[in-house]
Design a protein around this ligand. Sequence first.
Ligand code: SAH
Length: 225
Amino acid sequence: MNAQDINKRIRLIMHLRTMGVTDTDVLSAMERVPRDEFVPKEVLDQAWEDMALPIGRGQTISQPLVVAKMSEGLRLSDRDKVLEIGTGCGYQTAILAHLARRVYTIERHVPLQEDAEKRFDQLKLRNITALAADGMKGWPTMGGIDQAPFDKIIVTAAASTEPPQALLDQLKEGGIMVIPVGPPGDQMLRSYQKKEDGSFTIKDLMPVRFVPLLPDVAKDDEAAA
Ligand code: SAH
């Protein structure tokens, strides 16, 4: 890494601090994960800018500030088992992998899921399990083994009105889910904490713009979401 790259990284971290990100574990994970490894060549020079960038198939890599705020909102501990819906390029997944014990991540576009998995290998992130499936149904039982319930759940695509019931069900008591909710143009990032009686404490975190959560695994010829 050259001096210019290091400067770009440091500038982004300082910017996140001025934007109100205070969790030092989150800031240090964001400094360590090479965002330039997650973006297409055409936008490489913008990899350390605080903006969402296109990654193909009509999808985007999330804005660093939003990744930081979502990670903070989960209040992660290194004992947590986390479920992520919407792997995309895998950038948020890699940040979570530095902060939690184990990350299970689901993406509905098979080629995106495969590319993300290659990146996890290259970066030697060994505590991630990636799956191509419909994440609105939660993590499936595989070989008779259930991974649910999860300590934390993060959804990086927007639910139109309410979080999918299957995801609320897979959250542990006391656990937190962070998810954007609302129609395009009017989405709010929310956190849902599950109480003992199964009801939720809901908090609004910030207005955001995400692609919508869509059902089923994407068809090869599916147009941009
Ligand atoms: N987390 C990514 C951004 C993801 S963009 C980052 O760090 O940059 C949202 C992703 O959610 C897209 O790749 C989209 O294909 C995926 N998605 C939408 N609906 C889904 C579903 N039901 N199950 C799994 N993935 C879904």
